[in-house]
Write a protein that binds this ligand. Structure first.
Ligand SMILES: *[C@@H]1O[C@H](CO)[C@@H](O)[C@H](O)[C@H]1NC(C)=O
Ligand SMILES: *[C@@H]1O[C@H](CO)[C@@H](O)[C@H](O)[C@H]1NC(C)=O
Length: 278
């Protein structure tokens, strides 16, 4: 009896490994061995995390111009976005906004290619058919991954964005603009930079990698973050490792102007960023 259980466990283990190996890009015949899922979905968090709101004054002094920070507040603090979060579930978005056109672009550093499609088509073609445990999305090149983020039509989507309570901290003389998007698990945007931003997901987890301005790591702008993560990140000496953290829904990351960053979506994600600009 015991040996039957043993064989059963071996078979189960083999099967799990088979799936784990097979959806990783560029693996020769699915034969790469470490547990990639665990590597992708677990990581350190070496960015300051605040669990209680701070004053605007403290935000300006400690973080606004100098350091990334994560707001991991209690349910009580984040409950104001519960309704927004509910509306952001993929099925709800499809039902309410499925017929609206969205702009999708290729997820490389410079996002060269873009086109317009109905949200329902985007979800039906690029999100819903894929299952973490059974599919092998081709993720080697960022330019081959379609990503919906930004260029939102705030007239058509007003009912949704009106529900969002953005992080309450301000930068003097800066205005804010939202970018909203949806992306499939294991996609992401390779390293790039822009102005200061608050970012959060409403659905799914997102892993963030950051470097100080002008500390760009080696990366190929056409390759996906997943490719960088599996091929380059493990080779980095400790002193060159990025700051990083995995954010769960309703946690917010802030980072100042020109910080280099890349993202890796751990799940199918719905997310919103608040860009601050002078
Ligand atoms: C994406 O980039 C790679 C490398 O630059 C290239 O070989 C490939 O043809 C590109 N794919 C598309 C769809 O443009
Ligand atoms: C946004 O949607 C409205 C209503 O459909 C349309 O008239 C307008 O041209 C759109 N704006 C942009 C920037 O696409």
């Amino acid at each position: 009896m015991k040996s039957v259980t043993f064989i059963f466990l071996i078979v189960l283990f083999y099967h799990q490994n088979f799936y784990i190996r097979c959806f990783i890009p560029d693996t020769k015949n699915c034969a790469k061995s470490p547990d990639h899922v665990s590597l992708i979905e677990n990581g350190p968090c070496n960015i300051p995390v605040l669990t209680e709101p701070i004053s605007q004054h403290e935000f300006l002094n400690k973080y606004a111009f100098s350091s990334p920070v994560i707001f991991r507040f209690s349910d009580k603090e984040t409950s104001k976005n519960m309704h927004f979060q509910q509306k952001c579930q993929l099925d709800n978005l499809k039902e309410e906004f499925g017929e609206k056109f969205v702009t999708v672009s290729s997820a490389n550093t410079y996002s060269y290619k873009r086109y317009s499609m109905k949200l329902a088509n985007y979800l039906d073609s690029y999100i819903f058919p894929f299952d973490k445990m059974q599919n092998q999305p081709e993720l080697k090149y960022g330019n081959e991954t379609w990503y919906f983020f930004g260029e939102n039509n705030f007239t058509e989507w007003k009912t949704l964005f009106d529900l969002y309570h953005r992080p309450s901290y301000e930068l003097p003389e800066h205005t804010h603009a939202y970018s909203f998007g949806i992306a499939r698990f294991y996609t992401g945007v390779p390293f790039h930079f822009h102005g200061p931003v608050f970012a959060e997901t409403l659905v799914g987890r997102k892993r963030w990698f950051l470097y100080e301005p002008n500390q760009a790591p080696n990366f190929d702008p056409d390759k996906s973050t997943l490719h960088w993560f599996l091929e380059e990140y493990p080779k980095l000496p400790l002193t060159k490792k990025p700051l990083e953290c995995i954010l769960k829904p309703l946690e917010v990351i802030y980072f100042p102007d020109k910080w280099m960053h890349a993202t890796l979506n751990i799940d199918n994600v719905v997310f919103i960023s608040t860009f601050l600009s002078p």
